[in-house]
Write a protein that binds this ligand. Structure first.
Ligand code: PMM
Length: 306
């Protein structure tokens, strides 16, 4: 796997901002469509649980213009119980295989090295590890061997008890420090810098306030010098902003897409490399407009797209 360095956008000495090669480079933020093959995802209620339904959903996202489709077989909703590895494999492999065969750039959303390895063999081109290598000590070595793009997300433990870990001195500084440890672990294992992508992990051991602070200070995540992926889609902190004024009840997950698109525009304008979303069509329109605006004004994006 090779990559192209853009010296002008280098944000941190030693870690040039690189575009992981083999991935689309459209001159705007990439759009990653979510394909959850789980019975209990918070955001879509298990809509694509059967492999055939998940493949159909992935193909529809591809048709809408998704740059990447992210296939996951483990729900990470707060309190979720982990599936056994065999069950995770049973869920994701046929979906990865079919979507890759259809020409999609497929990412596998897994914390398990075995699932990542089998998915790469089945045609996945990148690995999205929400634990950033913490959940499975074999993951960094696998990614070093694979030399495939690797999303390292900020994480503080499995879903069952994760919200109890949302305790920070300064959430942005702490997330940056902890991401740097995960980046160093990956580099030490032999992962090449140009394969790394970072993600602040919105909603994972984060309070609502933590999520907004991370978005508001996205520049500090960029300062790590790596492409940044943002996954805000339909998350609870958006449901809170959109709560019913009369009852105070949060907006249900399927009705948070417009708010998600607003966050995606703002994140893209601040140089996010990729947005992980459920509503691909709206996000794609939004990031195309954002890129056009940025080209005109030179004030946004703060960071040019990679
Ligand atoms: N969020 C979820 C799952 N996978 N991956 C990355 N890189 N970033 C995220 O924020 C992220 C993720 C949970 O959301 P879902 O239930 O809608 O998939």
């Amino acid at each position: 796997m090779t990559a192209t360095a853009d010296a002008a956008t280098t944000a941190r000495p030693g870690l040039p901002r690189l575009h992981p090669s083999g991935l689309p480079r459209p001159g705007r933020a990439l759009v990653m469509g979510v394909v959850n093959v789980t019975p209990d995802s918070f955001s879509d209620g298990g809509r694509s649980y059967a492999p055939e339904a998940a493949v159909a959903h992935g193909l529809a996202l591809l048709e809408q213009g998704a740059d990447i489709v992210d296939v996951g077989g483990e729900s990470t909703r707060p309190g979720a119980v982990r599936p056994p590895v065999q069950e995770e494999l049973r869920r994701v492999l046929p979906v990865v295989r079919e979507l890759a065969a259809a020409g999609a750039t497929v990412s596998v959303d897994t914390m398990r090295a075995e699932v990542a390895a089998r998915a790469l063999d089945a045609g996945a081109r990148l690995v999205n590890d929400v634990s950033g290598g913490l959940a499975d000590p074999a993951m960094p070595a696998l990614m070093a061997r694979a030399q495939a793009p690797y999303v390292v997300m900020h994480w503080r433990g499995h879903s069952a008890g994760m919200q109890a870990n949302a305790v920070y001195d300064d959430v942005v500084a702490d997330v940056v420090d902890e991401l740097r440890l995960r980046i160093d672990a990956a580099l030490d294992a032999g992962v090449r810098p140009e394969c790394l992508i970072v993600d602040p992990g919105l909603g994972f051991a984060k309070t609502t306030g933590n999520n907004w602070e991370l978005l508001g200070r996205l520049d500090e995540i960029h300062a790590l010098g790596l492409p940044v992926l943002v996954g805000a889609s339909r998350k609870a902190f958006l449901g809170e902003v959109l709560a019913d004024p009369a009852t105070g009840r949060p907006r249900p997950a399927p009705l948070r897409d417009t708010a998600t698109t607003a966050v995606s525009v703002l994140a893209a304008a601040r140089g996010a490399w990729c947005l992980r979303v459920h509503d691909v069509a709206a996000t794609l329109d939004a990031v195309r407009v954002t890129a056009r605006w940025g080209a005109e004004t030179r004030t946004t994006p703060v960071h040019q797209p990679l």
